[in-house]
Design a protein around this ligand. Structure first.
Ligand code: PEP
Ligand code: MN
Length: 639
């Protein structure tokens, strides 16, 4: 059952409720959500729910209707994000696990690890105990293999996963792997599930060869009931009558499981298809269907692999897959998980924690313009992977001053929309703040939704509020519903906040889905923008003294600079020639009037850098020929 606790409940009352339930044989988990704190209570005992409802501090009690309880979305509305090593699985990110089917030798493992890490895998795989159909096939290197796997993972800074086939190996494997893998054949080995669950360590649970989704979730429930909260579900194909593929990869399981459970779901197209040539399309389809990641087999010489060679990708194929995933994820509003934070970044984060205002728990803050639920807030959360406290500010200039005064460590600024063009105000503000630097960019897809009160339907809506651009971008949808009056508002998320306040079911707002959840409103229709290729690009800014360290150890592929030229013929041409000669590719050039100097202009240039040394040389040369030159920032972008 789910026990929703009263807001601001005291620790003493919580302890009393917990003791009451535990005395009656329930296991109790506290889940702190965005809007409420709940206790999830599961156990064999039966209890009259009313006896819990009357306890001091309880708001309401809701029974869980599904046989799986801890794994159920009814219990926990927010996505579970599993941490393994220093990476995260679930939420807004897509990750890739790669490596050979089996660990074959130390050298082979090190080679493959280097290849997959370079291409963007964030976890390394490799089987040390191979459950093979034939007892005469290669069975794996056992503990020695795990030593090689761990060493290879450490050599490239990746966490590792490997399959466990028997409860007797639980302790031995504990220090070798970051994630236990439970294979398809062992999905319902309940003694194994219990033993692995007890360790509390993350587990990747493959779907059994002939398991229903419910059986799969019940297997996850075994793991969770015995002590682990961190289960990653892995769809790897099921047995059907089809023989052209090794298994039938059930991609429809992804949206089904996502609705039923809060656990992350990844897909293994290697075992799912058994054919190298089918891995790439099915991996992309899995990501498009909402998978939180993929696991693929990669080998430096698949023809010589001791197992599953025909389905193992060549390193170049894996590299292509990662590039394609990179291109796909912004469309579905996600970003690719990468190995985060080098040492240098950790140092600068600690320094920022000392020198800027933090929240009560010491968390870093970042400022955005608008109200909660704004697209800018979404961009911040995506850039910082939710590891930031996003604070709303009234105007763009307040974002700058909050960063300048150390009220926040970072700020976010929209700079360009793919349909509406450049947001000039922010370039002007960058110009007038010489102590601010750009340390990164985040692109998000703008998906407008029609937000209403829960009881509304499309015919009952009389007015819709949104930013004029929000209204314009949904023109086709609004034209199809001419009975709805369009009311311009200062801000999209602000419009959502306003209709919440109005509490009138005939009033709707157009804003992002995040605004609906920020104000507890209903999404009547998602994706109502006329052009689905609607993206906004944001800069992340910080104070100059932190910027250098924040981007140190990165190989920047973007550079933003501003310069003003002398007033003579060919001055701009000369400046651009410098960039061209140094191989600096220009993506965008804008001119802006210099404040206080009528008819004089600054030039903003966004560049793509392939060689950072050449970029710095170009800047030196520009300084010689231009009046002023300022580098606004160099950073790495996935765009
Ligand atoms: C594996 O991933 O190496 C494996 C054996 O997969 P499955 O359990 O899905 O067959
Ligand atoms: Mn395999």
């Amino acid at each position: 059952m789910i026990i929703v606790l009263q807001k601001n409940i005291t620790e003493r009352k919580k302890a009393n409720i917990r003791a009451f339930l535990e005395d009656r044989g329930f296991q109790v988990r506290e889940i702190v959500g965005e809007e409420e704190i709940i206790f999830g209570a599961v156990g064999k005992s039966r209890i009259d729910l009313r006896s819990v409802e009357v306890l001091d501090g309880v708001n309401s009690v809701i029974p869980i209707s599904k046989p799986y309880k801890l794994a159920s979305r009814e219990l926990k509305k927010e996505d579970t994000i599993v941490r393994a090593g220093n990476i995260k699985i679930g939420g807004n990110r897509v990750m890739a696990i790669a490596g050979p089917c089996a660990i074959e030798s130390r050298e082979r493992m090190l080679d493959i690890a280097a290849e997959v890490a370079k291409a963007g895998a964030v976890m390394l795989r490799g089987g040390a105990f191979k459950p093979r159909t034939s007892p005469y096939a290669f069975q794996g290197l056992g503990e020695k293999g795990l030593m090689y796997l761990k060493e290879a993972g450490e050599s490239v800074g990746l966490p590792v996963t490997s399959e466990i086939v028997s409860p007797v190996y639980v302790d031995m494997m504990l220090d070798y792997v970051d994630v236990y893998q439970i294979g398809a054949r062992n999905m319902q080995n309940f003694e194994l599930l219990k033993a692995v669950g007890k360790t509390g360590k993350p587990v990747m649970l493959k779907r059994g060869l002939a398991a229903t989704i419910e059986e799969w979730l019940m297997a996850a429930e075994y793991l969770m009931a015995h002590g682990t909260d961190d289960v990653i579900l892995c769809e790897r194909g099921i047995r059907t009558f089809e023989t052209y593929t090794r298994n039938t990869l059930d991609l429809s399981a992804i949206p089904v499981v996502k609705k039923l459970s809060h656990l992350p779901v990844i897909v293994d197209p290697s075992h799912g298809t058994g054919l190298r040539g089918k891995v790439l399309p099915m991996a992309l389809a899995a990501v498009a269907a909402g998978a939180d990641g993929v696991m693929v087999e990669v080998h430096t010489e698949p023809d010589k692999a001791l197992s599953d060679g025909p389905q193992s990708l060549f390193p170049e194929q894996f590299e292509k897959l990662m590039r394609d995933i990179e291109a796909l994820v912004p469309v579905i509003g996600k970003s690719v998980e990468t190995i985060p934070m080098n040492k240098q970044k950790e140092i600068v984060i600690n320094e920022l924690k000392r020198s800027t205002d933090t929240d009560d728990k010491g968390g870093l803050k970042a400022s955005f313009q608008g109200v909660p639920g704004a697209y800018s807030e979404l961009a911040l959360n995506q850039f910082f992977d939710q590891d930031i406290i996003a604070e709303p500010y009234h105007a763009f200039k307040d974002v700058f001053s909050s960063v300048m005064h150390g009220h926040t460590a970072f700020g976010v600024l929209p700079v360009e929309n793919s349909l509406a063009g450049t947001i000039n105000d922010n370039f002007d503000l960058l110009l007038s703040h010489p102590d601010i630097e750009v340390i990164g960019e985040q692109q998000i897809r703008i998906i407008h939704t029609l937000i209403t009160l829960p009881e509304a339907d499309i015919d009952s809506i009389k007015k819709v509020y949104s930013h004029p651009q929000g209204l314009a971008q949904c023109a086709d949808f609004l034209d199809r519903h001419p009975h709805i009056e369009k009311v311009p508002f200062f801000d999209t998320a602000g419009a959502a906040a306003y209709i919440k306040e109005l509490n009138d079911p005939s009033c709707a707002a157009i804003a992002g889905a995040q605004a609906a959840s920020a104000y507890g409103l209903h999404i009547l229709k998602e994706g109502i923008e006329t052009n689905p290729r609607n993206y906004t690009r944001f800069y992340i800014i910080t104070r100059e003294e932190f910027a250098k360290d924040f981007t140190a150890n990165e190989t920047p592929n973007r550079g933003v600079l501003i310069f003003s030229t002398k007033n003579k013929p060919g001055a701009l041409f000369t400046a651009l020639q410098v960039l061209s000669n140094r191989g600096v590719n220009m993506n965008k050039l804008e001119s802006r009037p210099i404040l206080g100097k009528p008819w004089e202009y600054m030039f903003f240039v966004e560049t793509e850098i392939s060689d950072i040394d050449e970029f710095h040389l170009a800047v030196q040369e520009l300084k010689a020929s231009c009046q002023t030159v300022r580098v606004l920032g160099t950073f790495t972008s996935g765009r």
